[in-house]
Design a protein around this ligand. Structure first.
Ligand SMILES: [Zn+2]
Length: 271
């Protein structure tokens, strides 16, 4: 009886809040609106990049390539609702990069030797940006909200505007964690494939994807596996898949009007 009631509540809710991704054609559960997610992303971005312990690098030698690749990726992404921002965090120990909902991007200086050049940077940025464009954060948060209680979920979904402030308030505190939880294997694979195409469209050689993941794999064999691999496992598997997607990526690259590449200068303190 109880189960039947829950199901009768849940089914229309699920149908009403499923959205088909324009990139993959896959149906995703979305209990939050895009603007809610972007607001959370913006809030978490401030939290994560403006504390006194975070040192940002604005020197054009190191930050310039990030702005350049970011501009090209943003243009290829063609997403007017995103308010793109790029920051380079001075951290010679943390091999990491991420993009929060709404296009809020950070790279850590320690990832530069893995990227090597702007081609490599575009591959990683393409991947991270695709998590945001594919709304993986929304899906992941929706799934956990749904699992945490159908009634709570329905109140969010059915009166999203009325509850907007409360939701943002509730989630705001945990936004940093909420938007940075590890993604599922499916999400990783989608971001790898679409990210490769996005980088190629932006004018960066998709072949660099193989090399970046080979260098990442080598790092993972060392004494201290990079931070990036705690959220992005299995570099060897990714390489195999990338080879499958390469013909389409190469075609997009060939069609791109602006093909550029330049070596990255290694930031101070980075080995
Ligand atoms: Zn990822």
């Amino acid at each position: 009886m109880r189960r039947a009631l829950l199901l009768s509540l849940a089914l229309p809710l699920l149908l009403a809040t499923c959205k088909t991704s324009p990139y993959t054609g896959r149906k995703q559960l979305h209990l939050f609106s895009e603007s809610q997610m972007n607001e959370m992303g913006a809030q978490a971005y401030v939290e994560m990049t403006s504390s006194s312990s975070v040192k940002l690098i604005t020197d054009a030698t190191y930050f310039g390539p990030l702005q350049e690749v970011g501009g090209a990726i943003a243009q290829a992404a063609n997403k007017p609702s995103f308010k793109w921002e790029f920051k380079l965090i001075d951290d010679p120990e943390t091999v990491n990069a991420w993009c929060l909902p709404g296009g809020k991007i950070a790279f850590y200086t320690a990832i530069y030797p893995v990227l090597v050049d702007t081609n490599g940077m575009a591959i990683v940025m393409g991947h991270e940006v695709m998590h945001a464009l594919l709304e993986h954060g929304n899906e992941r948060m929706s799934q956990s909200t749904f699992a945490n209680g159908i009634l709570a979920a329905s109140s969010i979904a059915l009166s999203s505007n009325q509850y907007h402030d409360q939701i943002i308030g509730l989630i705001g505190a945990g936004a940093t964690i909420g938007v940075l939880l590890p993604y599922s294997r499916k999400h990783e694979s989608e971001a790898d494939e679409q990210g490769l195409y996005l980088a190629a469209k932006a004018g960066y050689d998709p072949e660099a994807g193989i090399q970046v993941w080979e260098r990442m794999a080598k790092l993972s064999e060392g004494a201290r596996p990079p931070e990036f691999l705690s959220t992005h496992p299995d570099p060897r598997n990714r390489i195999k898949n990338m080879q499958k997607w390469m013909p389409k990526a190469k075609q997009l690259y060939a069609q791109s009007q602006r093909k550029t590449n330049r070596k990255l200068a290694i930031p101070p303190g980075v080995k």
